[in-house]
Design a protein around this ligand. Structure first.
Ligand code: BEZ
Ligand code: FE
Length: 299
């Protein structure tokens, strides 16, 4: 389908569409609809109708969007979630993540901020021991990093024992292990538990920037918007224990390209970290110290 440069609707001559139309659609919702569903879908209908009127959306343009959503569904499976990726490139997952965490924790609470989960987490990662390496397939250009920190209570600063810390990252070719047959299973994934001092530690790679998969509708959208698909170098973290609100976040290398223009809008200043040269540790050339502050569930 070709895209024209718009319908050239002049503000003065802009057509007046049926002023009752949206109200009639909203009125169709029945009294037995769940109140949250009615509110969410009602607001969605209102905004979609306002948007269609605002841009004088044509049938061809609407159909192009419908086709994009259909193709995203058709190419999705357990390894690929194209619908989520479409939401990511328009910033929706990041926005919803911020809304959800603000509700759970409160905007002013000094807990570590969240960032989106992304599509490459594996729940079935086996437990790993502190201070071991998560590098199972070492790339030629990998820079081994000793990453460690203390997990503490955001309100009391007390260290928290027995927090489960999931960490995952892609290799230096920009691929996660499930995308790359040349990497061992669970390469660059760790599931650690903090000790009585709240300590976690592991050996990982300095992360690199990589493109989100751009061979589907999300990639087409990026092209249509004259945007690149790259994410800045980052490491994913999920930290949780039963008394604390689980934290899903990412940390970003300060020196990374794309830090100021992440294709999925996940970067927050407070999540930017420094990889520093390490001395006296034969297992690594870099060190990354990253402490995490968790909020109590009832905070
Ligand atoms: C990721 O960081 O793994 C990711 C996030 C959003 C879309 C694609 C990948
Ligand atoms: Fe990632």
């Amino acid at each position: 389908m070709t895209i024209t440069n718009g319908t050239n609707v002049d503000a003065k001559t802009k057509p007046q569409y049926d002023p009752e139309f949206t109200a009639n659609v909203l009125k169709a919702t029945g009294p037995n609809s769940n109140s949250r569903v009615a509110r969410v879908v009602g607001s969605l209908i209102q905004h979609l109708h306002d948007f269609a009127r605002d841009v004088d959306l044509t049938v061809d343009e609407w159909m192009m969007g419908v086709n994009m959503i259909n193709r995203a569904g058709q190419m999705s499976n357990e390894r690929r979630n194209e619908g989520q990726l479409l939401c990511d490139v328009i910033g929706l997952e990041s926005l919803v993540d911020e809304i959800t965490n603000t509700q759970l924790i409160g905007a002013d609470y000094e807990a570590t901020k969240s960032a989106i989960l992304g599509p490459f987490f594996r729940r079935d990662t086996p437990p790993t021991t502190n201070d071991t390496s998560i590098i199972k397939t070492m790339p030629k250009d990998g820079e081994v990093t000793y990453m460690h920190g203390i997990i503490s209570d955001a309100a009391t600063n007390e260290p928290i024992e027995r927090v489960t810390v999931d960490i995952w990252q892609c290799s230096t070719n920009g691929l996660y292990e499930q995308q790359d047959p040349d990497q061992a299973e669970f390469n660059l994934r760790g599931k650690l538990t903090t000790d009585e001092k709240g300590y976690y530690g592991l050996y990982c790679l300095r992360p690199v920037p990589y493109p989100v998969p751009d061979d589907g509708p999300a990639g087409e959208l990026l092209q249509l918007l004259d945007r690149h698909p790259y994410r800045p170098a980052h490491i994913h973290i999920i930290a949780g224990s039963n008394k604390y609100t689980p934290l899903t976040t990412q940390i970003f290398d300060r020196s990374s390209k794309y830090r100021d223009n992440d294709s999925v809008f996940a970067v927050k200043d407070c999540l930017v970290v420094d990889f520093k040269p390490i001395q006296g540790n034969p297992k690594a050339t870099l060190e990354l110290v990253y402490d995490i502050r968790l909020a109590k569930k009832d905070a």
